[in-house]
Design a protein around this ligand. Sequence first.
Ligand code: LMR
Length: 394
Amino acid sequence: MFGALKPQPADKILKLMQAFREDPRGDKIDLGVGVYRNAEGVTPVMRAVKEAEKQLWELETTKAYTGLVGDPGYQQAMADLVIADTVDRDRVAAAHTPGGTGAIRQSLELIRMAAPKATVWLSAPTWPNHPSILKYLKMPMAEYRYFDKTSCTVDFEGMMADLEKVKPGDVVLLHGCCHNPTGANLRGPEWEQVADLLLEKDAIPFVDIAYQGFGDGLRDDAAGVRLLASRMPEMLIAASCSKNFGIYRERTGIVLAIAPDAKTRDVTQGNLAYLNRQNFSFPPDHGARLVTMILTNEALRREWKDELEKVRRGMLELRMQLAEALRDMTGSDRFGFIADHRGMFSMLGATPEQVEKMRADSGIYMVGDSRINIAGLNSNTVPKLAEAMVKAGV
Ligand code: LMR
């Protein structure tokens, strides 16, 4: 049986992690996978998470199953965090999933059950796992322009022109904030225009929000998703707690499906429960429990928000430093976009050859499309990256 299997293409981000591990150079720099690291290169357990874990150890009396779609307290806390009071909760179905990827997978399966012919539109470029899961599920997909590689900003005109081709019932996948891989994001009025267009086209937005709190802050990062939630009759949201709670390995995510009315919501909720049951049955509880404790306890929440804000400001500071180092070295403002981008990533606009040169000559690892993880830098390595970029002719 197994002899019939064909090798599968390796995910480019995971392949890069492996290559970095195998590089013996002591001064190598990992700007690959999207995991936050502090100035010492450590991915810390956040203080509020540690504290919640301590409390949980004392309080938890059973490891019996929770609900098939997770704990209602978690669903409510996450809906509060992501969509706040923008939509009546009797229209919102929710399912706790293993991580943000689990939420994307369940959302796509829900789309496939409801509308197998709907095309799912992806930004070009997008997180590689989006097209990969769609391809695995054999679902129709298409791309819309998103990023101008010369200016390294959003190609909003191109995006809107491509979205003109969206058919009624199609699904448009948008990054809620901190676009992965580019770091270039829609501004407030642009979200309005996207909402207008999707309403006109009778299309459904599907927002992937995995970095809330990493860009302009918890509330501002949710502005786009909240605007859509307040205006669209139907919508899907896949949210992740991996990054903003630093609980990557706890696999904590959620699907929020906004239905046009309470009756449709109930059926949608049942379908989400069915999908969880088919794919993994009960979701893992630990991470979600911590998130719920943090979000619903004033002291823990304050602690978490403080630390998250520090993380966000640290990344912003590194952006400024890198843009400034490049301005000094090149005498031009052409890399000013790095300071304007938000979140963990920036796409530098380098060619694959230039990316390879930076890896070979300077031991700097970034994704082949020139995505860097800003949090992989610190004040000492910023000048090294700037020098390598100039040397490679970026
Ligand atoms: C990334 O884009 O690097 C992260 O979302 C991690 C992953 O699973 O790819």
